[in-house]
Design a protein around this ligand. Structure first.
Ligand code: F6P
Length: 539
């Protein structure tokens, strides 16, 4: 069975939302709060250690009702069922989409082509656990008999961003191993990492689902040559491991087959940190913490699969985002974590969200005439308050924002925590209420300056308040956004799990590369031709 195939704009709920939008587009959230003292309770969800407040949005009970009807009209429930039951919902690539199986308990059953994949998943998990313990304990040693002190993850896109973000986010839980990430084909990246490591005590984890990605293979080869400057071929087996579906390519690179951690074609790159792609996470924080990350994601999976849509966090956030994207025509969404640990979170989500939903053809292959994928950006608060918040507060663009905060700080410095959380709460309040001309005058502002100090307010935010940053709560948070991606892809009637849009540039880069070596001569537009000859002359 395929995913439902419904043009959202042809549904009764879309029509209702359109008419409702025309009537309510100017409503002020401030007035909605004044009229309904229970609004904050009505539009919030408490689940486990999450408190999601979506009351600071330009929605009424009627809006919410129509958005929920839209979820029904596009048969979201059926789509969720199709995904979890292993149907090949990545139709353009003929694959199932089962990152949810990677974090399920061993007793679960997830079938692909009639075969339960859970036993294989657990075989790999046990391999990750044993390997992690051997490296951390020092039982596994480098070629000169010394224990490992550094790990280098070599990968790009989904084979880099997830592990890099999680290792950084969970640095509080880290052990003695230092982890580095090499991704860019820019040789300066790999050389800067090489400066910081020692051949005898560094473990290299080459992560590539396909094992053909130019950046990863180039970086792995550069590191291998550097390693062999003072090690022997047979030492590669001690220092290099791979995570891939392409076992032949891994072997011909020279990696011992015992050092290969397999993955499967039903795991998409940007949803793969839950597979052996997360090996660097397990090494950095220990297997138990890695497993807790997966447990958290599984809890969110259960919530998403079973909870009523009106109380379902990924569904509600997905619907609200559709409301702004398709009716208010908001182009971007900001993600602002009030935790320095989540420094890389927005960057990580850029791939997840934009590679998945940046599509302009529907599930019938027809061009679509409505907006899809939102632009995602963000940086942690409070730093971002001193950078781009001016534009969110007083600029001309509507930018819905998710504010993510943690009640407890990890190091327990309450003075800093109170200051952090006061900013976290103040910003969404300021965005909601703004500041009127009367208030500015009452502050005694000089007449000529008054207009510049007025804040229109009415800027929408979601507040995602979590008890504490732990491996488990981070797992829940990441899975929450993964499911939001799916909800929006279903509503937009697009395929969220392919990424053909990244191919064209790769093909042309390969052609141009051949010109540098004189192997080929191609036709180019005038601009590219000039730039090419400038590079050739100057380099
Ligand atoms: O950017 C395209 C992409 O295919 C991503 O989807 C993927 O995460 C990345 O390249 C890396 O691919 P691989 O793991 O096969 O090296």
């Amino acid at each position: 069975m395929a995913l439902p195939n419904v043009n959202p704009t042809a549904t009764p709920s879309w029509k209702k939302l359109g008419e409702h939008f025309d009537k309510t587009k100017s409503i002020k959230m401030k007035d909605l709060f004044a009229k309904d003292s229970d609004r904050a309770n009505k539009f919030s969800i408490k689940w486990d250690d999450f408190y999601v407040d979506f009351s600071k949005n330009r929605i009424t009970e009627e809006t919410f009702k129509y958005l929920l009807e839209l979820a029904d009209d596009v048969r979201l429930k059926d789509a969720i069922q199709s995904q979890f039951s292993g149907e090949k919902i990545n139709q353009t690539e003929g694959r199932a989409v089962l990152h949810t199986a990677l974090r399920a308990p061993e007793s679960a059953v997830f079938e692909v082509d009639g075969k339960n994949v859970i036993p294989e998943v657990y075989d790999v998990k046990r391999k990750i656990e044993a390997f992690t313990n051997e490296v951390i304990s020092g039982e596994r040693k480098g070629f000169s008999g010394k224990p490992f002190t550094h790990v280098v993850n070599i990968g790009i896109g989904g084979s880099d961003l997830g592990p890099a973000m999680v290792v950084d986010s969970l640095q509080y839980y880290k052990n003695h191993l230092t982890t580095h990430f090499v991704s860019n084909v820019d040789g300066d990246h790999v050389n800067e990492v090489i400066k910081k490591i020692n051949r005898e005590t560094t473990l290299f984890v080459v992560v590539s689902k396909t094992f053909t990605t130019q950046e990863t293979i180039s970086n792995a080869n550069t590191i291998k040559s550097w390693f062999l400057e003072s090690a022997e071929e047979e030492d590669i087996a001690k220092h290099f491991v791979a995570v891939s579906t392409n076992l032949d390519a891994v072997k011909s690179f020279g990696i011992d087959e015992n050092n290969v951690f397999p993955m499967w074609d039903w795991v998409g790159g940007r949803f793969s940190l839950w597979s052996a792609v997360g090996l660097s996470i397990s090494l950095a924080v220990g297997y138990n913490n890695y497993d807790s990350l997966l447990t958290g994601a599984h809890k969110m999976d259960q919530h998403f699969k079973n909870e009523d849509f009106s109380n379902n966090i990924p569904v509600v956030l997905g619907l609200i985002s559709i409301w702004y994207n398709n009716f208010f025509k908001a182009e971007s969404e900001a993600i602002i974590p009030y935790s320095q640990y989540l420094n890389q979170f927005a960057t990580y989500l850029q791939q997840g969200i934009m590679e998945s939903n940046g599509k302009s053809v529907d599930r019938n292959g027809n061009p679509i005439d409505y907006e899809t994928g939102t632009l995602i950006w963000g940086e942690p608060g409070t730093n971002s308050q001193h950078a781009f918040f001016q534009l969110i507060h007083q600029g001309t663009k509507l930018i819905p924002a998710d504010f993510i905060g943690f009640v407890k700080s990890l190091h327990g410095n309450q003075d800093h925590q109170d200051k952090l959380i006061s900013n976290f709460l103040a910003q969404t309040e300021a965005l909601l209420n703004g500041k009127t001309k009367e208030q500015v005058i009452a502050e005694g502002t000089e007449e000529a300056i008054i207009p510049f100090k007025v804040f229109s307010g009415n800027k929408p935010t979601n507040t995602i308040f979590i008890n504490k940053l732990t491996p488990e709560s981070l797992g829940k948070l990441i899975a929450m956004y993964e499911h939001k991606i799916f909800v929006q892809g279903v509503i937009w009637n697009i395929f969220s799990y392919d990424q053909f849009g990244v191919e064209l540039g790769k093909q042309l880069a390969n052609k141009i590369l051949k010109e540098f070596s004189g192997e080929a001569k191609n036709e180019h537009d005038g601009s590219t031709a000039n730039l090419l000859s400038y590079y050739k002359q100057q380099s």
